[in-house]
Design a protein around this ligand. Structure first.
Ligand SMILES: Cc1cc2nc3c(=O)[nH]c(=O)nc-3n(C[C@H](O)[C@H](O)[C@H](O)COP(=O)(O)O)c2cc1C
Length: 219
């Protein structure tokens, strides 16, 4: 299973509910919980009712950002942190009407309790993401793990397919200062210039701030 599909499936099956952001008519952010009803190799599907502000915002902007998370509820992270993982995606969405509606109801039996009759289901509209970028973030590994992926024609992020705000350039002298300030020990120092292992980088910026020769650049 490729990366993209793995994270879409994780969103659909493990998280299922996600906090989804749009903007209102004053361009201010609005969030609500939605369910990720289905996913396939290329995208994921969700629905809403045509009477909702959410629907209006979707039709106006055709753009969302969402995050699904599993584990980590509450303050006590000692045990719970073993399973904290999040998938975040933002991108363009399109309304596909009632396409996939029957499949959604078959895969999500609880929906029949919320919208019991065929008539009541006429309010529903299905959406899918047409193009977007996502990131998987796993706090349960040490060091942390992050990986980015794309939906549709959206460009993959640079470097190892991960979102890479910091990069070490040829100016690196190998002095080792960055090694002492990286909280995740994710700087590879077997050769000069040193290299950031992007899959484990927190993006804290310590290497950028502390490098004495300014060899770390910010995207
Ligand atoms: C667990 C959960 C799942 C939900 N799933 C959806 C959903 O898939 N689609 C939806 O429109 N609203 C869903 N809701 C309701 C919204 O979160 C929200 O309260 C409501 O849609 C507000 O709509 P508005 O943004 O138009 O004001 C869900 C709520 C909860 C708590």
């Amino acid at each position: 299973m490729d990366t993209e599909n793995r994270y879409l499936k994780m969103l659909e099956n493990e998280m299922h509910s996600a906090v989804c952001a749009t903007t209102d008519e004053e361009n201010k952010p609005v969030t609500r919980v939605i369910d990720i009803m289905l996913s396939d190799e290329k995208t994921f599907y969700f629905l809403t009712a045509k009477g909702k502000d959410f629907y209006k915002q979707l039709m106006q902007r055709k753009y969302i950002a969402l995050t699904g998370m599993t584990g980590g509820e509450g303050l006590d992270r000692t045990e719970a942190s073993l399973h904290i993982r999040a998938v975040s995606i933002r991108g363009s969405v399109a309304c596909i009407g009632t396409e996939k509606l029957a499949e959604i109801f078959a895969a999500n039996p609880y929906m029949a309790e919320i919208y019991p009759s065929g008539k009541s289901r006429e309010a529903l509209a299905v959406f899918k993401m047409t193009e977007g970028r996502g990131e998987f973030f796993d706090l349960s590994t040490n060091p942390i793990t992050r990986e980015s992926f794309a939906i549709g024609d959206a460009e993959q992020h640079a470097e190892d397919g991960t979102r890479a705000p910091y990069r070490i350039t040829e100016t690196c002298t190998g002095c080792g200062t960055c090694l002492t300030v990286c909280p995740q020990n994710c700087i590879r120092h077997d050769a000069v210039p040193f290299r950031i292992d992007q899959r484990h980088c927190l993006h804290c910026g310590n290497c950028y701030t502390d490098c004495p020769v300014r060899a770390v650049v910010r995207r």
